[in-house]
Design a protein around this ligand. Structure first.
Ligand SMILES: [Zn+2]
Length: 370
């Protein structure tokens, strides 16, 4: 290949769009063909993709959508100009390598027979039952990848990076780890943090990542209040509720994506991460997560009642809650409140955090408003 860079032709007619995989911004870019595909916005280099690593991704008709196996996993390039698309296609010799190749087949075989049986359930019994059977069988690496994507998605929606005050961060990780241990979650992921947004909510993502939004932390008056809510979220994780929801909502296309190992190569992962962040669960799943939270709090010698009080306080102040608050996905019914109140016990275990740790956690994002 010549080492002369060629500015790709005819780019102005139909714009080429680049998504960096971190923000949701559409960037209009110029492509340059050198010994790799160079992607630049206003003369500033954004990415450099080796031709051999470029793969075709699912896209609408008339758009060549590309991903790069060695680039940011969620980054996408969209080419609308047919001549330019043909030019790129000619240079990328492995464009369709990830389709049903030998590696793909090995992955299918690698999947458990039980999973294959569950696919049949989709046909025979409809998706809900299959989702129940399949959810626990989603391979850990896939789950982790979805968790990673969900984390990116969540940070895009709720704030770029976690609050960094070291003492506050340490306190949060201590609290989360006590809960994770009591919950018997084997994910050894250390990802846990507070995101600087006024929305009151908390998330436990696939792969064991736990996030609380500052809006919820601000309203919490004790570690037990926050812990009860996090324990509830860990309950959803333990019961594979988010995976189940994914399979249920994504239906067969998501299942097939999973089977072919193509979760990063298509829009499936974007879809997946979005539905994890915006998840709302069935009443049964909510009751089961409450049961789990009650068990965890009792196991730690703490009461589950404060969590209900915190939720009640949020309802009181917000009135009609907005879409992303914890109460939108977890309506605090009379039943729930009564149940957590009934399960109130005097503390028999040590406080989950010392007063000092709790104060540090409250100030993890600084003392200002977000
Ligand atoms: Zn819930």
């Amino acid at each position: 290949m010549s080492d002369v860079s060629i500015e790709a032709p005819a780019q102005s007619a139909k714009p080429t769009i680049f998504f960096d995989g971190v923000s949701s911004r559409r960037r209009q870019v110029m492509l340059t063909f050198s010994d790799a595909l160079e992607i630049a916005e206003d003369g500033k280099a954004l990415a450099r993709w080796a031709y051999a690593d470029i793969r075709r991704a699912d896209g609408p008709a008339g758009v060549l959508r590309l991903a790069c196996t060695t680039g940011s996993p969620l980054a996408r390039l969209e080419i609308r100009d047919a001549a330019l698309a043909a030019d790129v296609t000619a240079r990328c010799l492995h464009l369709d390598d990830h389709q049903t190749t030998r590696r793909g087949i090995a992955k299918i075989v690698g999947w458990s027979v039980a999973a294959a049986v569950s696919i049949v359930c989709v046909v025979l019994f409809g998706v809900p039952l299959a989702a129940d059977r399949l959810a626990p069988l989603v391979p850990k690496p896939v789950e982790r990848r979805i968790g990673d994507a969900a984390e990116v998605q969540m940070k895009t929606i709720f704030g770029r990076s976690v609050c960094e005050d070291p003492a506050g961060k340490a306190a949060f990780i201590k609290l989360v780890n006590r809960l994770r241990d009591a919950a018997g979650l084997d994910d050894d992921s250390m990802t846990a943090g507070v995101l600087p947004t006024s929305v009151p909510n908390a998330f436990a993502l696939p792969g064991g990542k736990v996030f609380v939004l500052k809006g919820l932390l601000d309203k919490a008056e004790s570690p037990d209040e926050l812990a009860g809510i996090l324990a509830h979220e860990l309950g959803h994780l333990k019961h594979y509720d988010n995976m189940r929801g994914l399979i249920y909502n994504g239906g067969t296309s998501f299942l097939i994506g999973l089977l072919f190992g193509d979760v990063t190569g298509s829009s499936a992962v974007i879809f997946a991460s979005r539905s994890v962040v915006e998840a709302s669960y069935s009443r049964e799943a909510e009751t089961a997560a409450d049961t789990f939270a009650i068990e965890i709090m009792h196991k730690l010698g703490r009461s589950p009642k404060p969590a209900a009080e915190l939720m009640f306080r949020i309802t009181g102040k917000e009135g009609g809650s907005t879409l992303t608050t914890i109460l939108a996905s977890h309506p605090l019914t009379e039943d729930r409140l009564a149940r957590m109140t009934r399960e109130d016990r005097p503390a028999s275990g040590p406080p989950l955090l010392t007063d000092k740790e709790w104060q540090s956690l409250k100030l993890v994002c600084g003392s200002g408003k977000v």
